[in-house]
Design a protein around this ligand. Structure first.
Ligand code: COD
Ligand code: ZN
Length: 373
């Protein structure tokens, strides 16, 4: 029985930007309101890569990872929503049910999150990880690239016992972020025309949401044509590589549609592609949804004269879902064949092969590579 004891296990530590290695770490028991989880799988999301490249201000050394599935090992005082042995997902955006975002019917960007900005610490201002006597920071409040992690109860979703733990981790980020952006935030309508910039794990989950909502035409934009067969299989009707076009991609989309699209999604995280997505929208009723995470201090530039015409620009994180309320339902929807996560998972590798997983990701060969513990 490990409850109440320090656990020594393997975890990936980013000592600084672009310096990741697997080490032995000590994981403290959970304090009040916290849960210690034995990880079973974790996806690699571009937001992890974003932190690892130093594109956002964070404290190093840290343990990355947020798209995680695992089993509760032990719980701290006062924890009521989960117990040891429960299958859970980690939530990069928690749901405290007390802050202004959580209390508002439409808000989901909980004030107790540890992202934008991030401290790398638990809410009491301390860390649960050490390595060689040194304090190691958390990331996203989740740190799933570890055999054991400690997470606040508000960032844990108990899921169905039947959930397959080697796959289900993608329902903690890619699926709500992408699928949710289409079905829950944009509320894509039947017969509509959509464009998706970026056909990675998140972009393809957006495609799935557009398709499930009955979109008639789905245009996919990516500079890596290796993504196109996967995109077509999920419902993309037209694939565009901006590097092979003679005009800006937004002009091509305008010509293809005549009037612009009903819904445009940006899932890359670059100001230029955000502007392009906005420019693709129907002037009067088009909706542009920003899902990508732009680098720190970058600015968005829009033609100010064309803002008045009626288009909507909105951003959304994790699909706008109130995470603890909605993520378990997405798992149930998957188990009932209402959502198919299979096509998002192109690779599975043992945790020790983390570097290989990142190489495959950087080479553009993966949609999601799931690490197995
Ligand atoms: N033009 C077209 N396509 C491009 C360009 C470009 N200039 N640059 C890159 N791409 C393509 C790549 O080839 C790739 O196929 C795709 O864009 C990006 O895919 P991935 O696999 O690298 O990234 P994803 O799909 O895992 O995530 C992308 C997001 C931008 C959505 C990512 O930053 C993110 O997760 N944002 C969500 C922010 C959020 O909600 N965070 C909370 C939890 S993470
Ligand atoms: Zn993510």
């Amino acid at each position: 029985d490990t409850a109440g004891k320090i656990i020594t296990c393997r975890a990936a530590i980013a000592w600084a930007a672009n310096s990741l290695s697997i080490e032995k770490v000590q994981v403290e028991p959970p304090k009040a309101g916290e849960v210690r989880i034995k990880m079973t799988s974790s996806g690699i999301c571009s937001s992890d890569d974003h932190l690892l490249k130093g594109l956002s201000p964070v404290n190093f050394p840290l343990i990355p990872g947020h798209e995680g599935a695992g089993i509760v090992e032990s719980i701290g005082k006062g924890v009521r929503s989960v117990k040891p042995g429960d299958k859970v997902l980690t939530l990069p955006i928690p749901q405290c049910r007390e802050c202004s975002s959580c209390l508002h019917p439409k808000g989901n960007f909980c004030e107790k999150r540890d992202i934008l900005p991030s401290s790398g610490l638990m809410l009491d201002g301390t860390s649960r990880f050490t390595c060689k006597g040194e304090k190691i920071y958390h990331s996203f409040g989740t740190s799933t690239f570890s055999e054991y992690t400690v997470v606040h109860e508000i960032a844990v979703a108990k899921i169905d016992d039947a959930a397959p733990m080697d796959k289900i981790c993608v329902i903690s980020c890619a699926v709500p972020t992408g699928y949710g952006a289409a079905v829950h935030s944009a509320k894509v309508t039947p017969g509509s025309t959509c464009v998706i910039f970026g056909l990675g794990g998140v972009g393809l989950a957006i495609v799935m949401g557009c398709k499930a909502s009955g979109a008639a035409r789905i245009i996919g934009v990516d500079i890596n044509e290796e993504k196109f067969p996967w995109a077509r299989a999920l419902g993309v009707t037209d694939c565009l590589n901006p590097q092979n076009l003679k005009k800006p991609v937004q002009e091509v989309v305008m010509e293809m549609t005549g009037v612009g699209v009903d819904f445009a999604f940006e899932a890359i995280g670059l100001p230029e592609t955000m502007t392009a997505a906005w420019d693709c929208c129907h002037l009067s009723y088009g909706v542009c949804v920003i899902v990508g995470w732009a680098p720190q201090n970058s600015q968005l530039s829009l033609d100010a004269t064309k803002v008045i015409t009626g288009r909507t620009l909105k951003g959304v994180a994790l699909g706008g879902y109130k995470t603890r309320d909605c993520v378990p339902q997405l798992v149930t929807d998957y188990l009932r064949n209402k959502i198919n996560i299979g096509p998002l998972i192109t690779h599975q590798l043992p945790f020790e092969q983390l570097h290989k997983a990142f190489e495959l990701y950087h080479a553009g060969k993966t949609i999601r590579c799931v690490l197995l513990f």
